[in-house]
Design a protein around this ligand. Structure first.
Ligand code: AHR
Length: 491
């Protein structure tokens, strides 16, 4: 029996940001066309051209923010192609079998409308690879300036007289900036960043700029520190508000063959993939130290973990980077989210990749059909932590297969606890010691299945999903193997 004591601590910087449940999407495979955009004339139920099932699902999840147009696509995105009535298709610069030409039916207004409908904050990634500071300024004006300006007037003509007031801007994406343009030249990126910042000198202070960081998988130690030194002129000037980190784990990326197939993995593959998650903690620690050292001890720069997830071997370009997900992916997602919550003093954003039909998606669609993935249900189960204060979890023993997070609402009346038992065979007996008070259980739910290889499909969409967790005693219960449990208490 493992005893777990929960201690509610009041601190200024331990609120779990709602942006930790965020998503990212771009023009690859069937992510946007047909995962998000089907067009107003489609027979598929839609709201102004946006799939109704996906809009509703995002709303239910309380998605905090959406990042678009990439990713790699942001490095090639020229926003003027995607507004107004004339939207010619362009060459897709990245070989993508599902999009031999780059359609622009879904552009800035459609993206921002999608955010309005779902309640998510938009994060626009600007093109620092093949774009220019001026193109960025024009886009900014289109989105945020009054209709008396050139591009504000264009926005009004396109049906949105009021500015959108987008606050969050990603200044570049890692891939082209780091790999293709100026490999291992952090100063070159910093100079670009400063130019993009300078075109908005006055407005900058009201905005939130996400600069580039680099995960350990990029193998360029020292890169982020050098970029920060230059951007801050050795700690004399404003650092980015956050640094972006991308990191995929699984057979096709970090972990190689050890993690095995998306579905037919063995026991070693199961544990190998989940154990790789310690690399997310490493990335967070690395950025925490780098920010302190290079942006100054008082810098408020946060982490935007804007691409995270599994990347299984079957997700290749030929396969539209699509992959199947099992209960293992749900457990992976829950453990990843636990890491982000645990580091909520510095992790402001985390974006699962990508929203529909690609990698660790939340939705899979095919024409009219749509189902929610195991990862969707993991996010749904844990969403009550958002906006609450992280509490301390004090186990009386060490058990590497057990992971727990607790959070308390600001008014101290609601307590949420989530537990992951990643052991494939062992049930874990838990005794909970709650903070003092007369706590009543409001709900408890579980995600598990008899077989860890279980998956959802169009025919059987709810094999892996949350279900009521029936227990007699809220202070003492058994956690089944390979399960995720979330309990909520009120007083
Ligand atoms: O999500 C797929 C791609 O992987 C993104 O475009 C890119 O940023 C990352 O390397």
């Amino acid at each position: 029996m493992m005893k777990i004591k929960i201690v509610a601590t009041k601190k200024g910087n331990n609120v779990i940001s709602r942006h930790i449940h965020s998503v990212f999407f771009e023009y690859f495979g069937h992510v946007i066309y047909d995962g998000i955009w089907v067009g107003k004339e489609s027979s598929i139920p839609n709201i102004d051209g946006l799939r109704k099932d996906v809009v509703e699902g995002c709303r239910e999840l309380g998605i905090g923010a959406m990042r678009w147009p990439g990713g790699c696509c942001a490095d090639h995105y020229h926003w003027k192609n995607g507004i107004g009535k004339e939207r010619p298709s362009r060459l897709h610069p990245i070989a993508d079998p599902a999009n031999p030409v780059w359609r622009h039916d879904f552009g800035t207004d459609e993206f921002l409308h999608f955010c309005e409908l779902t309640g998510a904050d938009p994060v626009l990634t600007v093109n620092t690879a093949t774009g220019s500071p001026e193109e960025f300024l024009d886009w900014y004006e289109y989105v945020n300036a009054p209709k008396e300006t050139k591009y504000g007037a264009m926005r009004a003509e396109n049906g949105h007289p009021e500015p959108y007031y987008v606050r969050y801007w990603g200044i570049g994406n890692t891939d082209e900036n780091v790999w293709h343009i100026d490999y291992n030249n952090p100063v070159a990126y910093a100079q670009t960043y400063l130019k993009y910042q300078t075109v908005l000198r006055e407005d900058r202070k009201h905005l939130y700029f996400i600069g580039l960081g680099l995960s350990m998988r990029h193998g360029l130690p020292g890169w982020t520190g050098k970029a920060l030194d230059h951007i801050t002129r050795s700690q004399r000037a404003l650092p980015p508000d956050a640094l972006s980190v991308h990191h995929y784990l699984g057979g096709a990326k970090q972990g190689g063959k050890l993690c095995g197939d998306a579905v037919d993995f063995d026991e070693d593959g199961y544990y190998s993939l989940l154990n790789l998650l310690e690399r997310y903690q490493y990335d967070i620690d690395l950025h925490r130290m780098t920010i302190r050292e290079h942006a100054g001890p008082n810098a408020k720069t946060k982490i935007c973990f804007d691409e995270w997830g599994t990347w299984h071997p079957e997700a290749t370009f030929a396969n539209n980077q699509n992959q199947r997900q099992t209960l293992r992916d749900a457990i992976f997602a829950a453990l990843a989210l636990h890491i982000f919550y645990r580091n909520c003093d510095i992790v402001e954003f985390a974006m699962e990749t990508q929203l529909c039909n690609l990698l660790q998606s939340l939705f899979e669609t095919s024409g009219e059909k749509c189902y929610r993935t195991p990862t969707y249900y993991a996010m749904k189960l844990l969403k009550d932590h958002l906006g609450q204060q992280l509490a301390s979890v004090l186990p009386d023993d060490v058990d590497d297969d057990l992971d727990a997070i607790a959070s308390v609402a600001e008014d101290s009346r609601c307590l949420t606890i989530s537990l992951v038992n990643k052991h494939l065979h062992d049930t874990k007996s838990i005794a909970l010691e709650l903070p003092s008070g007369d706590w009543k259980r409001m709900k408890s739910d579980i995600i598990t299945a008899d077989d860890i290889h279980s998956l959802n499909s169009f025919d059987m969409p709810e094999v892996v999903c949350d279900r009521p967790f029936e227990i007699a005693d809220i202070r003492q219960f058994d956690l089944p193997p390979h399960s995720i449990v979330r309990m909520m208490f009120e007083r």
